[in-house]
Design a binder for this molecule. Sequence first.
Ligand code: ZN
Length: 68
Amino acid sequence: MGAEAAAVLRQIDEIEKTQDLDTLIRREIAARRQKTVKSASGQTCPSCGSENPSSNKFCAECGVKLHK
Ligand SMILES: [Zn+2]
């Protein structure tokens, strides 16, 4: 009976850990989604990392060809 109670407590502990992890993952996904939305309007240079409008064929900063 004592072991059973310990098992139940362990399960509750696991559930709480999972919920914490779930919250962290949700926060992480939301942050990544915001970044994706932000860069969707333009394109990031693979060479220098500067933001360029999606109409640009070449980076305004370093002149490297941008792939879209
Ligand atoms: Zn560049």
